[in-house]
Ligand binder design. Structure first.
Ligand code: 3PG
Ligand code: MG
Length: 395
């Protein structure tokens, strides 16, 4: 059993908390604070209970080298704004100076450590490095769900140094919605899949073929499936190595009586950038020189009926190239339909990564049962795999 945050006596303790503050930064500013906001309940709980906190995270992939581009300084500023208190910052997560700052913390104070991945020992999960990190705390809390699929020093190695260790509220919440909720989902269970690639989602599809009633397939991956069905898709992206797998998935779906629904129309163009002509065509009438870049309105209507008739919905992957205004409609409409479904009491769960980014861009993130903060981690969990960081906490 993994301990949870509210089971600890936090008073006057130093809590070392692993968070996932791997957020997008532009011009030294945090442009999406969703992951920071999501860690606030655990941070507040500790502060309110009278502990001091040392927060540690990675940002980007600096590959073991100090690189200002990946500094957590902007994150510290955002965090300080949200908490409305000044926070202490150390430029090297394991230096003696950093340890001294930690030792000098008073109850209610926060100390943020610079990017863990400025040391290659973090991703290599080197025990000495984990031991040095452990010096920062008396209690270890992991609330970094987005990183839980990694075996690194700050989320796996470090746990060996603590008797008192457990997970934070965000981790608990993610498990509740991505794991518990799917053990006995309200039916019909609807899986909406999109995004460019099938390859990363094979396990997810496999697992949901056992449980789902219907699977809607949009986004780039629809073309690989259509290709497998012998449909001519013009210049649309096809993952040619996956055509065979797509055929196998469809055969399994038939055996399992899971309904798989494809788009009936697409928004097509010859180029993604500055397209000269954009039109909507039937799924089997994509002109040779055109590619499908979004689902069409007819498809949105069909998908909407399934969405509003569902009991539980899991959405993973955008319906088109939603970063471009010209091709955002499908993804936007599906976000909107999910929010309407949520209003009707349907469980709407958005797997992290691109679909989470989309619901945020379209302003729908508050109108979902759950939007995951994890990309790879949510995919792993939903696929039925264990997460190394959780295993480490359970030992
Ligand atoms: C993520 O954003 O996927 C997590 O923070 C993990 O980052 P990583 O993929 O670089 O390990
Ligand atoms: Mg990732």
């Amino acid at each position: 059993m993994i301990r949870v945050l509210h089971s600890f006596d936090l008073k006057k303790k130093r809590v070392l908390m692993r968070v996932d503050f791997n957020v997008p930064i532009e011009n030294d500013r945090v442009v999406d604070s969703f992951r920071i906001q999501s860690a606030i309940p655990s941070i507040k709980e500790c502060l309110d209970a009278g502990s001091s906190i040392v927060l540690m995270s990675h940002l980007g992939r600096p590959n073991g080298k100090i690189n200002e581009k990946f500094s957590l300084v902007p994150v510290g500023e955002t965090l300080s704004d949200i908490l409305e208190i000044p926070i202490k910052f150390s430029h090297d997560c394991i230096s003696e100076d950093a340890i001294n700052v930690t030792i000098g913390l008073h109850p209610g104070e926060v100390h943020l450590l610079e990017n863990l991945r400025f040391h290659s020992e973090e991703t290599n999960n080197i025990p000495e490095f984990a031991g040095k990190l452990a010096r920062h705390g008396q209690i270890y809390v992991n609330d970094a769900f987005g990183t839980a699929h990694r075996s690194h020093a700050s989320n796996v190695g470090v746990t060996e140094h603590f008797i008192e260790k457990g997970m934070g509220y965000l981790m608990e919440k993610e498990l509740q919605y991505l794991l518990e909720r799917f053990k006995e989902p309200k039916h019909p269970l609807l899986l909406i899949l999109g995004g460019a690639k099938i390859s990363g989602k094979l396990h997810l599809i496999d697992r949901f073929l056992d449980d789902a009633d219907t699977i809607l397939i949009g986004g780039g991956m629809a073309f690989t499936f259509l290709k497998a069905l012998g449909v001519d898709v013009g210049q649309s992206i096809v993952d040619s190595k996956m055509v065979f797998s797509a055929r196998k998935i469809l055969a399994r779906a038939r055996r399992k009586r899971v309904k798989v629904v494809f788009p009936v129309d697409f928004v097509v163009a010859e180029t993604i950038e500055k397209p000269k002509e954009i039109k909507t065509v039937a799924f089997d009438s994509i002109p040779d020189s055109f590619m499908g870049l979004d689902i069409g309105t007819e498809t949105v209507n069909i998908f909407s009926d399934y969405i509003l008739g569902a009991g539980t919905i899991l959405w993973n992957g955008p319906m088109g190239v939603f970063e471009k205004k010209e091709f955002e409609n499908g993804t936007k409409a599906i976000s909107k339909m999910l929010s309407l479904a949520y209003d009707k009491g349907i469980d709407t769960i958005v797997g992290g990564g691109e679909s989470a980014a989309a619901v945020k861009i379209f302003g729908m993130n508050e109108k979902m049962t759950h939007v995951s903060t994890g990309g790879g981690a949510s995919l792993e969990l939903l696929s039925g795999n264990t997460l190394p960081a959780l295993e480490a906490l359970g030992k």
